[in-house]
Design a protein around this ligand. Structure first.
Ligand code: SF4
Length: 291
């Protein structure tokens, strides 16, 4: 039997897959808008405990082919430890195709390109990366610990064999920095090779509010239609070098959109315009939303 250390988070796309806790908490745990792991102290689980969980999962789901490594940033583990975990996973699940994890700019910057290639060759071939914003002023206010150049540099280290699923948070710059937020975030996407891109909509959990406003005292939140306008400007500015699978269908989003960029950009903009024209009736009611 698996005993998880809660709270436990995973990307929506991993809902059907095995969630294997290899670290607890987040090694950074300092972004002002995030309260996910505030109740946990970051630690690495022992290899013995991890292998025991792998044995348990392998006995129940021997044909599993996708596994997500939790918690907040398993890529913080030393490469040698990750390689041992990946080797044991490959032995235990003969049909294994994909191992994924959350990853931060800090995690990627600490590893060499050769290490990342080695991890990808051992099936760690998808990372979930929170860009949040490409604007340096906002990055500082949300205490993300990195700037735009770090984000571009870190994503540039990811080998082609490791896919990148990135998230951006609409509304994160408030009224004051909305223009810069969108322009600078589009710049990041246009200068990196993200494969999947999701836009979330900022919604602060109660336990994150105090810390968020401590660093961003003059923050003035956007309403749903101002957020849709950000979404529109963002899509208009995106000119990615590669094809991107785009989603805006997180529980936080007032309007759900999905398509492939740049092929579907015009259709997505038409859907946005139609929703803005219709008004509230086109949006997901706020009682059904969460961040
Ligand atoms: S947003 Fe990600 S990196 Fe920042 S504190 Fe939360 S889990 Fe950690």
């Amino acid at each position: 039997m698996i005993t998880y250390d809660y709270p436990l988070f995973r990307p929506p796309a991993e809902a059907e897959n095995i969630i294997l806790q290899v670290t607890l908490g987040c090694s950074y745990n300092n972004c002002s808008f995030c309260s996910m792991y505030k109740t946990k102290k970051y630690q690495e689980r022992s290899l013995e405990a991890i292998c025991k969980d792998i044995d348990t999962f392998a006995a129940i789901y021997p044909n599993a082919h996708k596994i997500f490594l939790a918690d907040g940033d398993a890529l913080a583990l030393p490469t040698a430890t990750l390689l041992k975990i990946l080797a044991y996973l490959q032995t235990s699940f003969t049909r294994l195709r994909r191992v994924s994890t959350y990853a931060s700019a800090q995690n990627l910057l600490e590893k060499s390109e050769q290490e990342l290639e080695l991890l990808a060759a051992n099936k760690l071939n998808l990372i979930y990366y929170g860009i949040e914003t490409g604007n340096d002023v906002i990055l500082k206010k949300i205490t993300k610990g990195v700037n735009q150049s770090d984000i571009i540099k870190s994503l540039g280290k990811v080998p082609k064999s490791m896919k990148i699923s990135a998230t951006v948070i609409l509304g994160l710059g408030g009224e004051q920095y909305s223009q810069e937020h969108i322009a600078d975030t589009a710049h990041v996407i246009n200068n990196t090779a993200v494969n999947y891109l999701s836009t979330l909509q900022l919604g602060l959990e109660e336990d994150a509010e105090e810390n968020f406003y401590k660093h961003f005292a003059d923050f003035r939140p956007l309403n749903d239609f101002e957020i849709l306008d950000e979404q529109k400007r963002f899509l208009e500015l995106l000119h990615p070098a590669n094809q991107i699978i785009f989603r805006s269908n997180h529980a936080s989003n007032a309007l759900h959109l999905s398509g492939t960029l740049p092929k579907d950009t015009k259709r997505l903009l038409d859907e946005l315009k139609m929703a803005i024209d219709i008004g509230n009736d086109a949006l997901v009611p706020s009682m059904y939303r969460g961040f």
